[in-house]
Design a protein around this ligand. Structure first.
Ligand code: UDP
Length: 251
């Protein structure tokens, strides 16, 4: 964590995750916005942490990020299993809603980048109806080739948002943000996966009872069967975390 040494960090499979509550995460993001230091915020679920075990670039980016929130029941479980306090799950979708909720009074400007054509615009309309007065200063879909990048960067720069919401999927969003953060010069960029899809109503969020029962992953797999293959990462994650605990106990 570069800017403020405020949060306690828990190392899970080599990635340092901030042990923060939702309220603390929101407060920290607000500080990062004010600090204007081109900060990166990541939302780490089990799948992302698993990927970081074999993707060194992603791991480095996460460990250099100003804030890594525990997105997902798996991350909170892992911290507890390793003997650390992790107060609650801070889902990326919920974090974005909390920051947007206070955006009108704080006069924060957002840019929504990612998802299929039309989705970011729908998410913008939704945000404007949920959070009256919010300033969404630009949108851009997440499907592009390398030759489109200068134009995308120029579009974001000229919109000059306080917060860039990047929904390109893991690890594309993290790598893209890290590669361009100085050029973009946006105070806070957050990689949020499917958040714009959910805001736009293209993909449904799991009902509350399933979230509480820590079954959001199951809901997603049932709803988007193409994702079901990705579920294999979960038992692998449990196994790896357990193995890392035994290893550190022996040392
Ligand atoms: N996406 C994108 N550009 C790409 C690949 C994916 O904008 O090149 C979007 C996709 O449309 C979806 C999001 O990235 O809205 C990824 O969502 P998913 O729920 O799969 O996120 P993850 O689990 O990877 O964070």
């Amino acid at each position: 964590m570069g800017t403020f040494q405020m949060n306690k960090r828990v190392e899970i499979l080599g990635v340092k995750v901030d042990a923060v509550t939702m309220a603390e995460a929101v407060e920290f993001v607000e500080k990062l916005i004010d600090a204007k230091k081109n900060s990166i915020v990541a939302t780490a679920n089990a799948e992302m942490l698993m990927r970081a075990t074999h993707d060194g670039e992603l791991k480095e980016i996460l460990n250099a990020a100003e804030l890594v929130v525990p997105d997902g029941a798996g991350t909170v479980w892992a911290a507890h299993h390793l003997g650390y306090e992790m107060p609650e799950r801070v889902a990326g979708f919920d974090l974005v809603q909390e920051i947007m909720k206070i955006a009108p009074i704080k006069s924060r400007k957002f840019f929504l980048f990612g998802s299929a054509p039309g989705v970011a615009e729908k998410a913008k309309e939704k945000a404007e109806s949920l959070y009256p007065g919010i300033k969404i200063v630009g949108t851009r879909n997440g499907y592009f080739s390398a030759s489109d990048e200068p134009e995308i960067i120029a579009q974001i720069k000229s919109a000059a948002p306080d917060v860039l919401i990047a929904a390109l999927g893991v690890p594309k969003q993290e790598k893209w943000l890290a590669a361009h953060k100085n050029e973009l010069n946006v105070p806070v960029s957050i990689g949020v996966g499917g958040t714009l899809d959910v805001m736009a109503g293209v993909v449904k969020r799991a009902p509350r009872w399933m979230q509480r029962a820590k079954l959001e992953w199951l809901f997603r797999a049932l709803l988007q069967p193409r994702r079901a293959g990705r579920l294999i990462a979960l038992p692998q994650f449990v196994f790896k975390v357990h193995a890392s605990k035994n290893k550190s106990n022996k040392n």
